[in-house]
Design a protein around this ligand. Structure first.
Ligand code: GLV
Length: 332
């Protein structure tokens, strides 16, 4: 029986699938594994079910020469050195699709919270400061009929656009690809260059994967281009935003506020952000609904089993591993 390591407890339906096919070791503590714990526990394993908080790199592959598959329980896989996995013929999988709407919902919640000061107003009310309706109490920015700028119009970006259509928003997006005309029409979304999007949007929301090209996509220069009344929303990956530049932009009132589910050096957060009322901070919970986390766990488990059985798993992000294998077999 193949031996697999699950680096932290995931929803039970995923574990049940794994247990039916493999010998499963689940890290027993309710915290992320330390690097040392991970490097030790992965030794002798055939498969690894990893989380976005686990760094999967050359050092890890070297300490686990028996490893034949890695299934990341996340759509993003920037925590994995894909080139190193591919060079070793190890298929890597992710969990796309199942978390799209849940993440778009959370993006929307964050956008509304920051514009209408929901978290701040809740703190205010709990602190006993509410002494009656006030004409100037907790005024925020309108959402309806404003311009939404979506950076990265993939699955999640489009799901966010869909929500915005109910708010009569003007929707701009920037991406390397253009939506087909029926999608663009039903979403009322207009493609524009990144700079125009930054200049014109009342809300800038980020939905790109973290790559060398998108690291610090939003920094000092971009904050200078944004409206002073605009809000930045990030539910993608922290390093897409230069967090120190964000602090400066907020301090200098170059933008009106930010809604952040992700941080540049998670779980560390720039301390100034913690003090700001016009910032809503969440602990990376974009996909955190009961239903979606269960679907992600099932998907990751099924991917891992397929890969261990030598099949091309449904959500393989380096399928070239299999064509390389086939080539090697044919040459034998
Ligand atoms: C969450 O951030 C994910 O990539 O699934």
């Amino acid at each position: 029986m193949d031996k697999v390591l699950v680096t932290r407890r995931i929803p039970e339906p995923g574990l049940e699938i794994l247990r039916a096919h493999c010998e499963v070791e689940v890290f027993p503590h309710d915290r992320n594994m330390t690097r040392e714990e991970l490097l030790e526990a992965v030794q002798g394993k055939d498969g690894l079910l990893s989380l976005l908080t686990d760094r999967i790199d050359t050092e890890l592959f070297d300490s686990a020469p028996t490893l034949r598959a890695v299934a990341n329980c996340a759509v993003g896989f920037n925590n994995i050195d894909l080139a190193a996995a591919t060079a070793r013929g190890i298929p890597v999988t992710n969990t796309p699709g199942v978390l799209t709407d849940t993440t778009a919902d959370l993006t929307w919640a964050l956008l509304m919270s920051v514009a209408r000061r929901i978290a701040e107003a809740d703190r205010f009310t709990r602190a006993g400061k509410f002494d009656g309706w006030g004409p100037l109490l907790m005024l925020g920015g309108d959402i309806y009929a404003k311009t939404l700028g979506i950076v990265g119009m993939g699955r999640i970006g489009q799901a966010v656009a869909k929500r915005a259509t109910g708010f009569d928003m003007r929707i701009l997006y920037s991406d390397d690809f253009e939506l087909d005309s029926s999608a663009a029409q039903s979403l009322h979304a207009m493609r524009t260059d990144f700079e125009t999007l930054l200049r014109q949007s009342d809300f800038v929301t980020l939905h790109v994967p973290l790559t060398d090209q998108t690291e610090h996509l939003i920094g000092e220069k971009e904050f200078h281009l944004m409206k002073s009344t605009a809000y930045l929303i990030n539910t993608s990956r922290g390093p897409v935003v230069d967090e120190k530049a964000l602090v400066k932009a907020l301090q200098e009132r170059r933008i009106a506020g930010a809604g952040l589910d992700v941080f540049e050096h998670e779980p560390h957060i720039e301390p100034e952000l913690l003090e700001m009322e016009n910032v809503v901070l969440l602990p990376h919970i974009g996909s955190a609904s009961f239903e979606t986390r269960a679907r992600m766990a099932i998907m990751a488990a099924e991917n891992l089993i397929a890969a261990l059985q030598g099949k091309v798993p449904p959500n393989c992000v380096n399928p070239e591993v299999f064509s390389k294998r086939q080539g090697m077999e044919q040459n034998r």
